[in-house]
Design a protein around this ligand. Sequence first.
Ligand SMILES: [Cu+2]
Length: 139
Amino acid sequence: MRPARLKRALKQGVMCGLVVCGLVAGCGPFSRTHREPGTGHAVATSAPSPSDGEARAEISIRNGRVSPPPGWLEVRRGQTVSITVTSDVADELHVHGYDRRAPLRPGEPVTVRFAADLTGVFEVETHGGKLVLTQLAVR
Ligand SMILES: [Cu+2]
């Protein structure tokens, strides 16, 4: 990806995240719900698998609820990330920063897989339901 295009994608991602955070209570990296210890929110969605080094998250959406509850998916830079989402309604999956999008169809698992080569914290969300699915934290 050329730098200009990457910059534009990042800007879109940031703007999109801000809009969503204005609409959905408790979303975003700065919200209190994700920082309170012991609430069950501040946990990795899935632990990195030691066997193949791939960080996996499996997330389902039913009746507008995200399961497991949105937390953090912590990965190392360069690690492969695999996020599988199953939604009960049609929607669009979006991984901010990396700008990965995928259409979601009711009941059909969709997996996005990519190398985590950008560091930072990125929201994984749906656009139709405006749900934050997890925060991808790449260190
Ligand atoms: Cu988005």
